[in-house]
Design a protein around this ligand. Structure first.
Ligand code: SF4
Ligand code: SF4
Length: 274
């Protein structure tokens, strides 16, 4: 199986361990799935985060461990020749909110966020990127190119119960909640106005801060400046293909399995830092 993410960190997992239960296909990806030891800690309430989808539904099918089971079945050939397009797997993965709670709190550190990204990338390859995923994943691009029309659309939708119901039907956006609207003006970077007696700080303003809460970036800038730092806002590198588009961490793309786009955003940030 050709994977979209690098799973080499799991290369040595299960060596000489007859009980590891590593699925028959999937290579190192299968090993990442198989780290679960099935002790059901992800099906508990109480202190911690893991696993929010179980905590809300109290349905074991929406826990980290149940996702592991579904993925193991898929990689063991129990869901047919195209397991990544199987509805049972989609149902198991759907409510995972990629919070990384399991990576931190599961005793085996199952990284379902990363595992889900690979699953979505495999599914996108088979079925194409769904309309909803294109909308949410591509938000950095939408906001750069069509911020004003997008803000009007969000305003109309929030004011109209009919549009809210249509958006729920077509895009799966709950009609019961308002959609956050972009700020009137995105963040405007200021040039460093002090020499920074305590040194220089590079501030990375991500897509959501840039377009939705620019006041947070402005406050960070002010606090750091008051603290004696020269603040330089990270900008695209001089040879960036889209120098006018703000830098982006790639999170929206990753969460929709659009790995190539996320990698491209990561490269832009690395080039800017370099
Ligand atoms: S995912 Fe983690 S917490 Fe849940 S059953 Fe597996 S090992 Fe236990
Ligand atoms: S990443 Fe997914 S599986 Fe893990 S705790 Fe969060 S919602 Fe649960």
């Amino acid at each position: 199986m050709k994977t979209h993410l690098d799973w080499s960190a799991y290369d040595t997992y299960g060596m000489g361990d007859a009980y590891a239960g590593i699925p028959a296909t999937g290579g190192n990806y299968a090993k990442a799935v198989a780290v679960c030891m099935n002790n059901h800690q992800c099906q508990r309430d109480g202190k911690g985060v893991m696993c929010p989808s179980f905590r809300i539904t109290h349905d074991a099918a929406h826990s980290t461990g149940a996702r592991v089971k579904a993925l193991k079945a898929a990689l063991n050939g129990e869901l047919g020749a195209q397991p990544f397009s199987h509805p049972d797997l989609a149902a198991a993965m759907d409510l995972c909110v990629s919070c990384k709670g399991c990576k931190k709190e599961c005793p085996s550190a199952v990284d379902m966020t990363l595992i889900k990204t690979e699953y979505l990338a495999q599914r996108n390859e088979l079925l194409g990127v769904p309309r909803r995923a294109r909308l949410f994943g591509g938000l950095p691009d939408w906001l750069h190119r069509h911020r004003r029309p997008l803000a009007w659309l969000v305003g109309w939708r929030n004011a109209s119960p009919l549009l809210a119901r249509l958006a729920e039907r077509w895009l799966g956006i709950s009609a019961a909640r308002p959609i956050p609207a972009p700020a009137r003006r995105p963040f405007v970077a200021e040039s460093p106005d002090s020499c920074g007696q305590r040194g220089k700080v590079v501030l990375f303003v991500d897509t959501f801060t840039h377009y939705y809460t620019p006041e947070v970036a402005a406050a960070a800038h002010a606090v750091l400046t008051a603290g004696g730092y020269a603040v330089e806002v990270l900008r695209p590198a001089v040879n960036d293909g889209e120098p006018g588009r703000p830098l982006c961490c790639g999170r929206t793309y990753l969460s929709q399995g659009m790995v190539d786009k996320a990698k491209a955003e990561g490269r832009r940030v690395m080039a800017a830092l370099a």
